[in-house]
Design a protein around this ligand. Structure first.
Ligand code: G3P
Ligand code: CA
Length: 267
């Protein structure tokens, strides 16, 4: 209990004492390079991103591979379903060509390959795209890596998976991705009350939602409860400025360079 409390306080301090929001490169610098690939992550670091965001799924033979969709239809030159394919089958797919001839030959990276790009002091937001079976291989990959816990945030839409991560690795920061919808009467779903309850019951450190769904009231309520607040996916500096004024903790963007530049000019 005391150990968990200590972990929580340390984790929150690591993320909230920063004066400016972290700039998180969404699937890497994905406007200019093929999403969730090494060229996109390398470009994000070159452009000065504080963190990268990357999506992970389990292959048929238990490897964590970096890809958003459940298959390679959108980004690959051949369509394979990730969960039904082995790593060696997936490695044959070209996931660069769809973005331009200059990226021809780019392959789906494994989590180990993505980790290897992360410079000292920079962070990764690891999004779990597949089910609860992802947790153990993920924790193993983190343990075998040279990353420090403060470099890692585990994120996902399924709060129960985040609870499992927290139970097995209380030293890791978790953040819940939540789509905020409106019901027929215009009431927000899930309600703010149920969001706050879920965060407490699943021992979640941060909350994240889309820039066109998140508002100041939600951010303030979360912060009052001691929960960090993150926003995705902002590619326009005007939106970025609004969220900076609202004391957002991180901004996820496809254009880490542009957002960084505008933030600097705004000083
Ligand atoms: O960082 C949150 C964001 O990545 C969630 O949406 O669909 O891009 O994975 P998606
Ligand atoms: Ca994602």
């Amino acid at each position: 209990m005391i150990k968990n409390l200590f972990c929580t306080i340390t984790l929150l301090l690591q993320f909230t004492l920063l004066a400016e929001p972290l700039i998180v490169a969404h699937r890497g610098a994905s406007k200019q390079a093929p999403e969730n690939t090494l060229p996109a992550f390398e470009l994000a670091w070159k452009q000065g991103a504080d963190a990268i965001e990357a999506d992970f799924r389990l292959s048929k033979d238990g490897h964590l591979v970096c890809i958003h969709d459940a298959n390679t239809k959108k980004t690959g030159n051949k369509n394979l379903t990730i969960v039904k394919s082995t790593l060696s089958e997936l490695k044959k797919i070209d996931v660069g060509l769809f973005k331009g001839e200059q990226f021809k030959g780019t392959r789906i990276p494994t989590i180990e390959e993505v980790f290897a790009t992360i410079p000292k002091g920079k962070k990764i937001f690891i999004e779990i795209k597949s089910g609860p079976e992802t947790v153990d291989p993920l924790l193993k990959a983190i343990k075998l890596s040279s990353l420090q816990p403060e470099q890692i945030a585990v994120i996902g839409f399924k709060e129960k998976i985040l609870l499992d991560v927290k139970k097995k690795a209380p030293h890791l920061y978790t953040s819940w991705l939540c789509s905020l919808k409106k019901d027929k009467r215009g009431k927000m779903k899930p309600s703010l009350d149920s969001i706050l309850k879920t965060i407490k019951s699943c021992q979640i450190d941060g909350f994240s939602s889309s820039y066109n769904q998140l508002n100041q009231e939600i951010i303030q309520s979360l912060k009052k409860q001691g929960t960090d607040c993150h926003v995705w996916t902002i590619n326009d500096a005007r939106h970025a400025k609004k969220f900076i004024n609202w004391k957002i903790d991180s901004i996820t963007t496809d254009l880490p360079d542009k957002i960084n530049l505008k933030l600097m000019q705004a000083k």
